[in-house]
Design a binder for this molecule. Structure first.
Ligand code: HEM
Length: 221
């Protein structure tokens, strides 16, 4: 039996079908430590480096999918994050940041999956795009405030450009959800997308779990 309720818009159905998977991310030791102010700049920078690899692949996929009318509609120019991540990495690591950042094992697995499903399947692209960009526009805005406060950065946006969008997050989120509701997917395709979002959450959780191990971060008390 499908997980999509027929009387619900797809944006609401997607959110409710995957919200428990979201919790595994929010509750990870690394993310808890980050929002509780228990990490230093160097420990935060390692996450930014992992995210750079992820967005690099996602945005290459967006370029590739530019001719697909369903997928391309979700790729708002304002949401692209690669340049912001590059600026944040230059802030944390200096001008030679590209030689100083490393791809972790879990990030490689995440990027491999993006390579498998985001370049020729519109639903797969949207599943992964949604998981990251709608998150950046939602909890990401809260995370940014915690990071600014605890790391003492953010004046002039340095180090937190990743979380800064030209317009108000709510406007992008409303537009994004309207696109999810209007997309021409049948119930079977919606279920496939929900499964892919669940996988995307798991892959994200594995990235932060690896960072917790690498950086010896304790779970929240
Ligand atoms: C400390 C970590 C996190 C916190 C505190 C957090 C918090 C939140 C909150 C409060 C919302 C709901 C906002 C609203 O209703 O407008 C949200 C939405 C969302 N978050 Fe997170 N989040 C965290 C980590 C993550 C991660 C790591 C991801 C994915 C990689 C993620 C993806 C999402 C997505 C996709 C949504 C939108 C769900 C929807 O409305 O369809 N979050 N987050």
């Amino acid at each position: 039996m499908g997980t999509v309720e027929p009387d619900q818009g797809f944006s609401a159905a997607l959110r409710s079908a995957t919200w428990s998977d979201h919790g595994d991310n929010e509750g990870s030791s690394y993310m808890s430590a980050l929002v509780e102010g228990r990490l230093g700049q160097a420990e935060y920078a390692v996450l930014v480096a992992q995210l750079y690899h992820v967005y690099d692949v996602l945005e290459q996929a967006a370029d590739q999918m530019a001719g697909d009318p369903v997928a391309a509609a979700f790729d708002f120019a304002d949401l692209r994050r690669r340049a912001a991540l590059q600026a944040d990495l230059a802030f944390f690591y200096g001008p030679d940041w590209a030689e100083r950042i490393a791809l972790n094992e879990a990030t490689r697995r995440y990027c491999d999956r993006l390579g498998e499903v985001c370049f020729d399947w519109a639903g797969g692209f949207v599943a992964h795009h949604y998981t990251r960009y709608l998150g950046d526009l939602s909890g990401g805005q809260y995370i940014a405030r915690q990071v600014e406060r605890s790391l003492g950065i953010g004046a002039g946006d340095d180090g937190v450009r990743f979380y800064r969008f030209p317009g108000k997050p709510k406007g992008y989120k409303d537009r994004y959800r309207a696109l999810l509701d209007a997309a021409p997917w049948d119930e079977r395709e919606k279920d496939r997308i929900i499964s892919e979002v669940k996988l995307a959450y798991r892959l994200n959780a594995e990235v932060t779990a690896e960072l917790s191990r690498e950086l010896h971060i304790e779970p929240a008390a």
